[in-house]
Design a protein around this ligand. Structure first.
Ligand code: PRP
Length: 232
């Protein structure tokens, strides 16, 4: 830089990138970001842009698929992200700091079958079953812990169709209102775990961008705490 015509070129402008997915996570994260003084300037539902600016210079939001959020944060392409526990369990938590349960996107991971399917009998007999799911890792661990032998079939969506079409005996999927199961004549026969969305942070960003990241984490933590107290 010696003799540079641009003496200020060495001064790095710290930027902060947040990775969010469209839909429920984005909507429910907005008030938490607002509590930290961050307001996106566009709505990803109406904009085709994948990088959205905010009211804060240097702070932007990248819109990615829910299952890609941990990847962006792990590699440092985003500093902070919001990801469901379901996604984090499948991705693995290596290279991710998870400081906070945001208590949004709440639902449960469950085993579901066709109505009338003899689940209790199947478990009792120790029969080998076919399980269709997007959550292969979580399902494998769940059935292994029960000592059940399963063949796992990876799907990327519309899991509810699998038992109806004869692809699988059961599914492992997220259940929120239960409407999708009901509409397809399926029933939840076993709860695996409660699910909610977590804040995830790139560990290097936490160190190198502490001045930006730490106040963000603290403001979001206060907002989550405040909301919890308000509903109690
Ligand atoms: C999720 C899940 C179920 C549905 C459950 O799918 O996979 O299909 O929501 O919600 P409910 O109990 O309120 O009916 P989502 O709509 O997120 O799409 P996906 O199939 O792409 O995961």
């Amino acid at each position: 830089m010696k003799g540079s015509r641009f003496p200020h070129a060495r001064i790095a402008v710290t930027t902060l990138t947040l990775a969010l997915s469209k839909g429920r996570i984005f909507e429910e994260t907005l008030p938490l970001l607002a509590a930290a003084g961050i307001v996106p300037v566009e709505d990803p539902e109406s904009s085709r842009k994948l990088i959205i600016g905010t009211n804060r210079p240097g702070v932007s939001v990248v819109i990615v698929r829910a299952s890609d959020v941990p990847t962006y944060v792990q590699y440092g392409a985003a500093d902070v992200g919001v990801a469901g526990k379901d996604v984090l369990l499948e991705h693995g938590s290596e290279g991710l700091y998870q400081p906070l349960d945001l208590e949004i996107g709440k639902c449960r991971m469950a085993v579901a079958t066709r109505r009338g399917y003899d689940w209790a009998g199947t478990v009792q007999r120790g029969a080998r079953i076919r399980v269709a799911t997007k959550y292969v890792r979580t399902a494998r661990e769940h059935f292994a812990a029960k000592g059940m032998h399963v063949d796992l079939i990876k799907l990327y969506g519309s899991m509810e169709l699998a038992p109806l079409a004869g692809l699988a005996d059961v599914i492992v999927d997220l259940v929120s209102t239960g409407n999708t199961l009901k509409a397809n004549d399926l029933v939840a026969v076993e709860d695996i775990m409660p699910i909610s969305s977590r804040l995830i942070v790139n560990p290097a960003a936490l160190k190198l961008k502490r001045a930006e990241v730490q106040p963000l984490l603290e403001a979001i933590a206060r907002a989550v705490e405040g909301r919890r107290k308000a509903v109690q």
